[in-house]
Design a protein around this ligand. Structure first.
Ligand code: F6P
Length: 323
């Protein structure tokens, strides 16, 4: 069947790079003479029938903007058959014949549900967590890493001036990727991630060693999904009398926003174009992934049943280099 009308939606946590991806999807679909409908607020908006026609001008000026101009939501209703049936009704009524869906691992699950209901769909991975199997990088990861790096660099200035230890907590849900890479590129003394247990008592020992080696500050990067709370780590450091006073900074949602980096804009653009081409070539049930420098199509079934693992060689590297 030749597709005439394409729908696009963004779902789950936003990530810098989603807007340039929407732009690329819409404009390449228009180039192929498709009509494009943008669905607002993810699967939630789909169930409520919140849609608008998108023309080239509608996606002008968003290339350099963080967030998603279609807005996004987490949608428990779409996990239920009733919500799924309603979504299908809305798709049929609006004449949408195929979908490009941009988001994280939960969104890829939703995209698979669409294909199971007979709607041709291609997913595009976007999540600052970089926990989606089948792609070296998801949209937003590079920008989030740069934001996190900049924050830690700034904290190091004040840490050094006051001879303090800073515990910096990054997002990442169950995945330590952001914390681990930040630990390497910011020269952290300790990295605490869910994928690699470190005994609580070892944390003050390592910081004390850094103090004794003459360091003027210490940086500890911890992923939100790690097995300790920030308070537990702070307390362990205070009880350990490590030499430094401790301060805690929780970066929270800050790295989720901001101007998408050059890398994210380029990846977003390539992925958007590729998703449209894939649908036009009759593909469905796939996610566009980055493998090395090339884009590949991954089976959504595989994507949703596997998790992307962090490279623990980087964990050892961070430790070796924190001399
Ligand atoms: O999955 C992206 C993410 O930013 C996680 O790192 C974090 O745990 C979660 O979303 C936060 O969710 P919310 O935006 O709903 O608070």
């Amino acid at each position: 069947m030749k597709i005439k009308t394409l729908g696009v939606l963004t779902s789950g946590g936003d990530a810098p790079g989603i807007n340039p991806c929407i732009r690329a999807t819409v404009r390449s679909a228009l180039y192929h003479e498709l009509d494009v409908i943008g669905i607002q607020e993810g699967f939630d908006g789909l169930i409520r029938g919140e849609m608008q026609n998108l023309r080239a001008r509608d996606v002008g000026g968003i290339l350099q903007r963080g967030g998603t101009f279609l807005r996004t939501a987490r949608c428990p209703e779409f996990h239920e058959p009733k919500g799924q049936r309603q979504a299908l009704r809305e798709l049929n009524e609006s004449g949408i014949e195929a979908m490009v869906v941009i988001g994280g691992d939960g969104t890829m699950r939703g995209t698979r549900v669409l294909t199971e209901m007979g709607v041709p769909a291609i997913g595009i991975p976007a999540s600052i967590d970089n926990d989606i199997w089948g792609t070296d990088m998801a949209l937003g990861v590079d920008t989030a890493l740069n934001t996190t790096m900049e924050a830690v660099d700034k904290l190091r200035d004040t840490a050094s001036s006051h001879q303090r230890a800073f515990l910096v907590v990054t997002m990442g849900r169950h995945c330590g990727y952001l914390a681990l890479i930040t630990g390497v590129i910011c020269g952290a003394e300790v990295v605490i991630i869910p994928e690699k247990e470190i005994p609580l008592e070892e944390i003050p020992t390592r910081i004390e060693q850094a103090y004794k080696r003459g360091k003027t500050h210490a940086i500890i990067i911890m992923a939100e999904g790690a097995s300790y709370t920030p308070d537990q780590v702070k307390q362990a450091l205070e009880e350990g009398e490590v030499g430094f006073e401790t301060r805690v900074t929780i970066l929270g949602h800050v790295p989720r926003g901001g101007i998408p980096s050059a890398f994210d804009r380029m990846l977003a653009t390539r992925m958007g174009v590729r998703a449209v081409e894939a649908l036009l070539a009759g593909e469905t049930g796939k996610m566009v992934g980055l493998e090395g420098r090339s884009l590949v199509l991954r089976d959504l079934e595989e994507v949703v049943s596997k998790a992307r693992k962090v490279n623990l060689e980087f964990y050892d590297m961070a430790y070796i280099l924190a001399r």
